[in-house]
Write a protein that binds this ligand. Structure first.
Ligand code: GLU
Length: 308
């Protein structure tokens, strides 16, 4: 167990030190609804496995979690069909942009990992096959593991994604041509667009993901969300694949498993220690929060704690 760290003090120091980067990066606008966010928003929430909370800035304000939800859909798929998930999607970093089509051609429709769009769409296909009402049952799963009943989809964002998701439709159809999408493309993409549209605050995301910092167990309720073995594997995939084609850079600079989304959120896990969420909507060229990446690097550097 790490020594007691005054994260509150560290957040203030980092916010002051990084203040001059506030105008760097661009808010995602390829999904028109996402372009409406105030780019100056900035929040942090850290909860230790011992349930100590540290917050900074706009940590209570809900935002579009986008690809961060792919960790939760993978968790549910692993609960439902176990290791058979890995017959349909790999666990290797892609080194490609999140919406890339190129690898799918020569890897015969098997996506590199569950966190690029292609892999997340396969996971959605698995859930559409297993669940009677995928959207309702998935959001109920998140409400259950988080204990937060108000978590919901943003239907305007989901619709905006459907209207503009030409590459995602292309990816899904391409995988279907290889036999790796079992359902019709439309319900799978409808589910995918909805799970990307979920809104949560930094505080809510941290509370939801805390099970991955504590061996798969919800430290509040002591409920087993997922086995320790699978918790380890989810963290491993986050470490290797959680930041599009910048996963190596995040491991190099921050040294924690994590997952980002184009809404500007990043969740990171220090197994056995804490879960942290940072939100700042301006993105770097790789689609990761510009300031969020810097903040997490500064936190593990200042506290001299990472998994390495
Ligand atoms: N809904 C987004 C898309 O499919 C997710 C992107 C992301 O956060 O990585 O383009």
């Amino acid at each position: 167990m790490m020594k007691d760290i005054d994260y509150q003090k560290i957040f203030h120091e980092i916010a002051t030190e990084l203040g001059d980067i506030d105008n760097l990066g661009e808010v995602a606008t390829y999904i028109p609804e996402l372009g409406k966010v105030n780019p100056a928003k900035f929040g942090i929430h850290l909860t230790t496995v011992g349930m100590n909370h540290f917050s900074f800035g706009d940590s209570d304000e809900a935002f579009s979690i986008q690809s961060i939800s792919k960790v939760l859909s993978l968790t549910l798929a692993l609960k439902l069909i176990g290791k058979d998930v890995w017959q349909r999607v790999g666990v290797e970093p892609s080194g490609s942009p999140f919406n890339s089509l190129v690898q799918l051609e020569y890897e015969k429709g098997i996506p590199r990992n569950p966190f690029i769009n292609a892999g997340a769409i396969v996971v959605c296909d698995i859930l559409v096959s297993c669940l009677n009402n995928p959207k309702e049952e998935f959001i109920e799963f998140i409400r259950h593991i988080s204990g937060i009943q108000s978590i919901d989809y943003n239907f305007a964002v989901a619709e905006s994604e459907k209207q503009t998701g030409f590459r995602n439709y292309a990816v899904a159809n391409f995988m279907k041509s290889f036999g790796n999408i079992h359902n019709d493309v439309e319900p799978v993409l409808d589910f995918y667009c909805h799970l990307c549209s979920i809104e949560m605050s930094c505080q809510e995301l941290t509370q939801t993901f805390l099970f991955l910092a504590s061996g798969g167990v919800n430290p509040v309720t002591n409920e087993v969300v997922i086995s320790p073995e699978r918790s380890k594997r989810i963290n491993s995939v986050m470490q290797m694949c959680g930041f599009y084609d910048e996963a190596g850079e995040f491991a190099f600079k921050t040294g924690l498993p994590g997952k980002s989304g184009v809404g500007g959120g990043i969740v990171a896990i220090h197994p056995g220690e804490y879960c942290i969420t940072v939100w700042s909507p301006r993105l770097n060229p790789n689609g990761n929060s510009y300031k969020g990446m810097k903040v997490l690097e500064a936190i593990t550097t200042k506290t001299q704690s990472s998994i390495f």
